[in-house]
Design a protein around this ligand. Structure first.
Ligand SMILES: *[C@@H]1O[C@H](CO)[C@@H](O)[C@H](O)[C@H]1NC(C)=O
Ligand SMILES: *[C@@H]1O[C@H](CO)[C@@H](O)[C@H](O)[C@H]1NC(C)=O
Ligand SMILES: *[C@@H]1O[C@H](CO)[C@@H](O)[C@H](O)[C@H]1NC(C)=O
Ligand SMILES: *[C@@H]1O[C@H](CO)[C@@H](O)[C@H](O)[C@H]1NC(C)=O
Ligand SMILES: *[C@@H]1O[C@H](CO)[C@@H](O)[C@H](O)[C@H]1NC(C)=O
Ligand SMILES: *[C@@H]1O[C@H](CO)[C@@H](O)[C@H](O)[C@H]1NC(C)=O
Ligand SMILES: *[C@@H]1O[C@H](CO)[C@@H](O)[C@H](O)[C@H]1NC(C)=O
Ligand SMILES: CC(=O)N[C@H]1CO[C@H](CO)[C@@H](O)[C@@H]1O
Length: 437
């Protein structure tokens, strides 16, 4: 038993390491952010391009303060002008007389404009402060675009040189971008759909996310409870790292009235309420009722971060019974089918204008819902922790689950079934490693 457990722990950490290093998300294997450049016209000294940033990730969005895109020019290119975005620095344009470029940096850094800029600075899909919705939640809002006029550049598709070393902050680190690749030119349909035009040249850059690159510790944890056992299985201690234990805010503290506690930081660094887990977000899964043909789960998400209102939050859960969701109360729900046929993963998110914002820590810092699922009598069980989720993600970050031997047990469950449970989980780990490779 003991060696089994050790092996299990080793296998779990191995699979975690493996999945994080290769930046592969097993619940969204095709998820990426694509940066597409369409050259629309050649100019006497360069070109005008439309740059489109598409978030193709099912459940990971880019929150305020939004994306930052950077690249390295291949030659001595400059940016004459931009519409719908701007570079953060102009750089050294001292060589220019008369007409001064927007940016002369070899490595420009571009950010979206804020909502409400004058019409002549706007561009279709621009000016959202760099906020991009998740593709699975709101495909229309998952795209950003701007126009860039490039000078001192190639003026034909033979002489133009592709920029390199693309970077993407979303808004923090975690994304790695591949090289720009020339792809078949994009087709554009006229508004009346009667004429098709095409870009003169198109290149794509694909960026993928890795939680391992983004942060040292998880940023959420999961706790469990059930109607059949009054024990509440808490989040693991220090699930999100305890380094900042002396910088947290005591829940009942007078500090809360001190100015600045709720002021967001540019880097989105959290200021959390003191808890044993130190996580900004906790997801609680309560097995609430066992009916004859159905069962009911209550899900509650609690914000412990005083510096963040989580807008357009998403919660992804993997559980084998999600193929028979009958009703979800007060959240929206969408099944995700990462492998086509295995329907065990789904995405919960807030209803627009009702609970799509998880408020900062405090009285209103929680959202909750109940889920009714129809039982498949062949698989349904309250034993061996079957009723609890296998994986949980909040805002695209994988949350730490409690260790398997701490799950609430059925009153008469015997230790041998615990062994079975860990063996079962062990095989699940091996299985998922095989699937991933
Ligand atoms: C990026 O995501 C889209 C949508 O899921 C997918 O079609 C495309 O193949 C992905 N690109 C790469 C390079 O993985
Ligand atoms: C390039 O990116 C666009 C999305 O911006 C996508 O529709 C297209 O399929 C991509 N092309 C290739 C060849 O990956
Ligand atoms: C460049 O343009 C020519 C036509 O002007 C076209 O035949 C060729 O395929 C284009 N090459 C690329 C890389 O787009
Ligand atoms: C791109 O980045 C790599 C590593 O950061 C660096 O070695 C390389 O010189 C960069 N290329 C350009 C063109 O800046
Ligand atoms: C969260 O939203 C509320 C209401 O819109 C606002 O008063 C508060 O300042 C916001 N908090 C943060 C941390 O942005
Ligand atoms: C997946 O499960 C949901 C219910 O949770 C169901 O509505 C949907 O049709 C299922 N999809 C497939 C492809 O089985
Ligand atoms: C409830 O579950 C805990 C494990 O989390 C177990 O130690 C306890 O014995 C269970 N209670 C009953 C009444 O079986
Ligand atoms: C009891 C029940 O409705 N079971 C269904 C659960 O979902 C699977 C696949 O979606 C169906 O095949 C079952 O009939």
């Amino acid at each position: 038993m003991k060696t089994q457990m050790k092996f299990l722990i080793a296998a779990i950490s191995l699979s975690f390491l493996f999945s994080s290093i290769v930046a592969y998300d097993s619940l969204d294997p095709n998820g990426n952010i694509t940066i597409k450049w369409d050259i629309m016209t050649w100019t006497p000294d360069g070109y005008v391009a439309i740059v489109t940033v598409n978030n193709f990730q099912m459940y990971r969005h880019i929150m305020s303060p939004g994306w930052t895109v950077g690249w390295t020019w291949a030659k001595k290119e400059v940016i004459w002008s931009m519409v719908g975005a701007q570079t953060t620095e102009q750089g050294d344009c001292s060589k220019f007389k008369g007409n001064i470029p927007h940016c002369c940096n070899k490595k420009p850094t571009v950010v979206d404009l804020l909502p409400g800029v004058p019409y002549n600075q706007q561009f279709a899909n621009c000016c959202k402060g760099g906020v991009l919705a998740a593709w699975g939640q709101d495909p229309q809002a998952s795209v950003s675009a701007f126009q860039v006029s490039v000078g001192q550049a190639g003026t034909t598709n033979k002489t133009v040189r592709l920029p390199s070393n693309f970077t993407l902050l979303g808004p923090g680190p975690g994304y790695t971008c591949g090289p720009a690749k020339t792809v078949p030119p994009t087709n554009f349909l006229s508004p009346d759909l009667r004429r098709k035009t095409q870009a003169l040249m198109t290149w794509n850059v694909t960026c993928t996310y890795s939680q391992f690159l983004a942060r040292k510790h998880p940023s959420c944890c999961v706790s469990f409870s059930s109607f059949y056992n009054e024990t509440i299985t808490p989040c693991p201690s220090c699930a999100c790292g305890c380094e900042n234990k002396n910088k947290c805010v005591k829940g009942d503290s007078k500090l809360l009235s001190v100015v600045g506690v709720n002021t967001p930081r540019k880097d989105n660094a959290p200021l959390v309420q003191c808890t044993h887990h130190m996580c900004p977000v906790r997801v609680h899964w309560h097995v609430k009722t066992n009916y004859k043909e159905y069962w009911r789960v209550k899900i509650a998400v609690t914000n412990f971060n005083y510096r963040m209102n989580y807008t357009q939050w998403t919660l992804v859960v993997q559980h084998p019974n999600l193929n028979n969701v009958t009703h979800v109360f007060s959240f929206d729900y969408k099944p995700l089918l990462p492998y086509g046929s295995i329907n065990d993963t789904g995405m919960f998110y807030g209803m627009k204008f009702y609970n799509d914002m998880l408020m900062e820590a405090g009285e209103f810092g929680n959202v909750q819902s109940e889920v009714l699922m129809q039982k498949d009598t062949n698989t349904f069980s309250l034993k061996e922790g079957w009723a609890f989720p296998r994986k949980v993600y909040f805002n695209g970050e994988e949350c730490t689950l409690p260790p398997p031997d701490s799950y609430p047990f059925l009153p008469n469950s015997t230790p041998s079934s615990r062994t079975f449970n860990s063996i079962f989980i062990f095989f699940m780990v091996i299985f998922s490693m095989v699937v991933m490779s």
